[in-house]
Design a protein around this ligand. Structure first.
Ligand code: G3P
Length: 215
């Protein structure tokens, strides 16, 4: 499974990159707004830190605006993936981007039906939001499971990029289902490492290592 980090914070991306296991970065308008910085400048800096796929989301909601921004984002770097919302205009824009060789990540996906359309449009990635589904009492992983089955049935090339990951269980279940990518906050990445028994065991080893004769 590929690990992307879901942030526009340069410091967080550098810290995630330092682990040596980062495969890409996803951003969205809310995450970029939190930085208080120029959108294009932030994305250009991210492209310098991580050579993997970098998702930059269009701000337009109409087809023409989406296509204008997508073509502009493509000029920023070869690892740019244009994030497009899952709407009628968005699907049309994905079809056009696919024809122009622009990689796309279709965001705000909440159902397998939507994901089927996304694959038909030829998107590079689909981003189903598991956390936001859980937030309203729907089982987000069930949607991922359905998408995985449908994509496998027809050998669709679109990659399942599990998003809105709130905790290590989301990531674990996504991996068990066979999702291609999970995009996670830095906090979750750090949670993956930790286990209380590891901490307890290491403390014991350190304590006992002091009893080993020095010569
Ligand atoms: O960036 C897309 C997605 O991961 C955002 O998730 O629900 O934490 O805003 P959320």
């Amino acid at each position: 499974m590929k690990f992307f980090i879901d942030t526009a914070d340069i410091g967080e991306i550098k810290e995630a990159q330092s682990f040596g296991i980062l495969d890409g970065v996803t951003t969205n308008p809310s995450l970029v707004a939190k930085t208080g910085r120029n959108y294009k400048t932030v994305i250009e800096e991210i492209c310098e830190i991580c050579r993997g796929p970098i998702s930059a989301e269009v701000l337009s909601v109409d087809y023409d605006g989406m296509m204008k921004e997508a073509r502009e984002w493509q000029k920023v770097g070869q690892n740019i993936v244009v994030k497009i919302p899952l709407t009628e205009d968005g699907i049309k824009a994905v079809v056009a981007c696919t024809a122009e060789g622009i990689k796309t990540n279709v965001t705000l996906c909440f159902s397998a039906n939507q994901a089927l359309l996304v694959a038909k449009a030829g998107a590079t990635y689909v981003s189903p939001f598991v956390g936001r589904l859980d937030d309203i009492g729907q089982n987000g992983l069930d949607v991922i499971r359905d998408i995985r089955q449908i994509y496998s049935n027809y050998n669709f090339r679109t990659e399942i990029l599990v998003a809105s990951v709130r905790n290590p269980i989301h990531l674990l279940d996504a991996a068990k289902v066979g999702a291609d990518v999970s995009t996670i906050p830095l906090t979750v990445l750090k949670q993956l490492v930790r286990h209380p028994l590891t901490d307890i065991g290491l403390a014991k080893f350190v304590e006992d290592s002091k009893k080993i004769p020095k010569s």
